[in-house]
Design a binder for this molecule. Structure first.
Ligand SMILES: [Ca+2]
Ligand SMILES: [Ca+2]
Length: 188
């Protein structure tokens, strides 16, 4: 009898783990896959924002992952402008809250007001950008991996979401393990 109960509990535990990963709406959230071999993890885009005046590079790096082998590194060498890595548009439901999180570590030679990093969420409708909707607090000096999270409610204005990590000014950030999950309200 005890064995049966134990097996049942194990099954529930395994199901719970599987659904947490399946519920992540992002493609390739740990940047491990590049099937088309273009040096950019599939499901993501590198945004060098040359129009902002920034100089530097964005690289998909092996051996630097928080999980798996890979992470994305953004390095800027001047204090003008910004660069980012962003997801392709993720379809989302109306009037629904999503929790978005990702892991980041950074390296800044010294802290200045021009230098920062954060995650931002942009709302889309019919494939067109509508509005920036939220962002995490600015990341300061953190040479250890840290998780940053933000919640986002779609209302009726958005049917798509783009998640991005952005670096402003000279410094270097590594990004890995993004997730975007629908937040289910606890039932009373
Ligand atoms: Ca990874
Ligand atoms: Ca690719």
């Amino acid at each position: 009898m005890n064995k049966v109960i134990l097996c049942f509990c194990c099954a529930l535990f395994l199901m719970g783990n599987a659904s947490a990963e399946e519920n992540n709406l992002l493609t390739n959230p740990s940047f491990e896959i590049d099937k088309d071999a273009n040096g950019i993890p599939d499901g993501w885009e590198f945004d060098v924002k040359a129009w902002t005046g920034s100089k530097g590079e964005i690289n998909w790096k092996k051996g630097s992952g928080r999980s798996g082998d890979y992470s994305v590194n953004i390095s800027i060498t001047n204090d003008v402008g910004s660069m980012g890595v962003r997801s392709l548009i993720i379809p989302v439901k109306p009037n629904t809250t999503y929790r978005v999180s990702g892991w980041l570590k950074s390296e800044f030679s010294e802290w200045k007001k021009e230098r920062s990093a954060y995650f931002s969420l942009n709302g889309y409708k019919d494939g067109k950008f509508v509005k920036e909707n939220g962002y995490t607090n600015a990341v300061q000096l953190s040479s250890e991996w840290k998780e940053y999270a933000v919640e986002f409610s779609t209302g009726t204005s958005f049917d798509g979401l783009v998640i991005s990590a952005n670096l402003f000014g000279s410094g270097s950030i590594w990004i890995d393990d993004f997730s975007c999950v629908e937040k289910v309200e606890a039932k009373p």
